[in-house]
Write a protein that binds this ligand. Structure first.
Ligand code: PMP
Length: 383
């Protein structure tokens, strides 16, 4: 099988597997234990914390805290529900139209609980900053940095600035799961209070992630915990930390930082080759104004994405329809319709995601197989 679904998850790198092995066999202590064995595990956590913070652009000292969680989903839940319920009253929540389910479902739950939710349009993959500017009294805002279905890079810095014009005390969060280690950004330059990252999208393990929370939010207690217990992770996420996963997350970030430019250049070249191969075919590339090169949304006119996926699978290629997470039956992809696709087009759209580990010949094979998918409709109508 040739893998083109790197946005869904990545293969753990050798450095990650080595780190997990070492921690599982040698440093399996509880980081909260006061004895030396626990202390070793605690040191591993702090090393990983520094590595992930470095990945977020911080030097030795970060003004805020990195809270380790069980992944992007939990970090998003902690940020949005945690900020919304940190105050007594019900306020206004801003998100974008095409958020990952772990943000959208939090917003929908808050809506049911009496909060007002406004979903900002993202037509053409562009976040509508004017619509944000016109919204007053914002309580919590969450704008993803890179859309997982289209690769669109949203101008979160401009969005955060627009929120603060009318709502200087708003808690602003970004889901940077698909941006982390692909795009250079810092929480401070984005002007946000909190950032979600996930390990398994960058060569780490599933079930490991983090939420960066800035100092202002910590001192003003703008975030309430969702998980209560032993007070780990600054009491914002109780539960004994997943030390092997977290240590491996640190190793994955270190490796990704060291190879950042090489990986980015390799992916950019593969993307160029893919666009060349798909250009001139009836396949439609849904290109946002600003996008990461590793994600390409392609509409196969007249053929349902499920049919395309089956065909691609038979030809040995792993791709996905929209996002892996929306394939659990939450209905039509809001990211794609928000981008401007008709419901029919969205239903015929697949996502290709690239890694530096792919090759040009794999891309050529993928492009041929995808072009062949166009004839599936014709075959069907003859039956
Ligand atoms: N946000 C985005 C944008 C994602 O793509 C994903 C993963 N599909 C998540 C959040 C959830 O991350 P995790 O799988 O670590 O829970």
């Amino acid at each position: 099988m040739i893998y083109f679904d790197w946005t869904a998850t990545t293969k753990p790198t050798d450095a990650v597997v080595d780190k997990v092995n070492t921690v599982l066999t040698e440093e399996w202590g509880n980081p909260s234990s006061v004895h030396g064995f626990g202390g070793n595990a605690a040191k591993l956590l702090e090393t990983a914390r520094r590595e992930v913070l470095r990945g977020l652009g911080f030097g030795r000292e970060a003004p805020g805290r990195l809270i380790f969680t069980s992944g992007g989903t939990e970090s998003n839940n902690l940020a949005i529900l945690g900020a919304a319920y940190a105050k007594e009253k019900r306020g206004r929540i801003l998100i974008t139209e095409g958020e990952h389910a772990s943000v959208e479902m939090c917003a929908a739950a808050l809506e049911k609980d009496g909060f007002e939710v406004i979903r900002i349009p993202t037509k053409g993959g562009v976040l509508d900053i004017d619509a944000i500017r016109q919204t007053k009294d914002v309580y919590v805002a969450s704008f993803m940095l890179v859309n997982n279905e289209t690769g669109a890079v949203y101008d979160v810095a401009a969005a955060a600035k627009a929120v603060r014009e009318n709502s200087p005390n708003a808690f602003i969060h970004t889901d940077a799961v698909q941006a982390f280690m692909k795009l250079r950004f810092t929480p401070e330059r984005l002007g946000v209070n909190a950032v979600t990252v996930s390990a398994h999208k960058i060569g780490g393990l599933k079930g490991t992630g983090a939420l960066y929370v800035d100092k202002d939010s910590l001192t003003k207690k703008k975030l309430s915990p969702r998980m209560l217990g032993g007070g780990q992770e600054d009491s914002l996420r109780s539960g004994t930390e997943n030390v092997p996963g977290i240590a491996a997350f640190g190793a994955a970030v270190r490796e990704a930082m060291e190879t950042f430019t090489d990986r980015a250049e390799a992916v950019a070249k593969l993307r160029e080759h893919l666009e060349e191969r798909l250009g001139g075919t009836p396949l439609i590339m849904n290109l946002p104004r600003m996008a990461l090169p590793n994600i390409l949304s392609v509409t196969v006119p007249g053929i349902k994405s499920e049919t395309v996926l089956n065909h691609m699978n038979e030809r040995g290629f792993c791709i996905s329809a929209g996002s892996a997470c929306s394939s659990h039956g939450h209905g039509m992809s809001m990211a794609l319709t928000g981008f401007g696709l008709s419901p029919e087009a969205a239903d015929s759209t697949v996502r290709i995601s690239l890694s530096h580990l792919n090759t040009e010949s794999e891309i050529s094979g993928l492009a041929d197989a995808l072009s062949d998918a166009l004839s599936l409709g014709g075959l069907k109508s003859h039956k």
